[in-house]
Each structure stands twice: as C-alpha cells, then as structure tokens.
Ligand binder design. Sequence first.
Ligand SMILES: [Zn+2]
Ligand SMILES: [Zn+2]
Length: 150
Amino acid sequence: MVYTEKRCWVCNAVITWGQSDTACKVQCRSLLYAESYRIERHKEESYRKNRPCRLQLGEWAETLRHYKWRCAFCKGPFESLDHFVPVSQGGATRVGNVVPACLQCQIAKGGLLPEEVEAIPRDVIERIARYLQRRAMPQTGKSLPVSRKS
Ligand SMILES: [Zn+2]
Ligand SMILES: [Zn+2]
C-alpha cells in the first residue's frame, strides 16, 4: 500500500496526523476559509448572471500556490480573483480563466480581452495564458469560455 502524504492547500507543507485534510495550521485554514467564501460569492454572482461557475476550492488553491499567493501579473499583493477573460466578455468562473491579482492590475486590465490589454507587458499576459491553458486541459481541453448571448 502506498501512503500518499497530504499537503497543505495553502503552503504545501506536509499535513501530519490529526490536522485537517486541507490545511496544516490555523493560519492556512483561515486563508482557505476566506477563499471558499470568495468562491461562494462568485458562484452567487454567476448564478445571478446565469453564467457557469465551476471553480473548486482545491483548483483555486493550486493556482494560488502556483502564483505564491501573489498577483499573477505584477507579483504584488493578491487582493482579488481576476477573470483573465472578463465576465463581461464571456469569461467563466472556472480554473482555466481565473488568476489572483492586485487591484491595480485589475484596474489596468479593465474589461479588456487579454489580447487587448496594453497596460500589462505582453510576455506576462502570454505566460498567464499558457498556464491557464494547461490548467484547463484535464477537464475539457478548452480554456476559453463560450461566447455570451447578449
Ligand atoms: Zn499550510
Ligand atoms: Zn498586480
């Protein structure tokens, strides 16, 4: 039998016996709790707008670890969940379309499609696009959402 060690969803430390399944310590647990609350809010918003929301906490936590809980664009503080393709442009709340961002970068992006954004260096945008494409693969093979009706 192979024993697979459990890793903290926040800091990737090994979780020892008796701790939770997903967090290694109280700080990590409260960070995860805040993120699950964030996803719930996005779920409600998607529901109101009749948009798909398939983001799981585990998937989001993996993306956050990848970007070290920093802004994916400038490595500044992580303050918000950014839809790489904006919701207003048909972007869905799913693992292939969400990255952590600081508010400044979110404002810089505005409601633009990634290829239209000029305030953020092109190589940064392309690196994120490649990462999101990879993340979207195991699920549907598509990173970009379907076009909206209106
Ligand atoms: Zn931890
Ligand atoms: Zn930023």
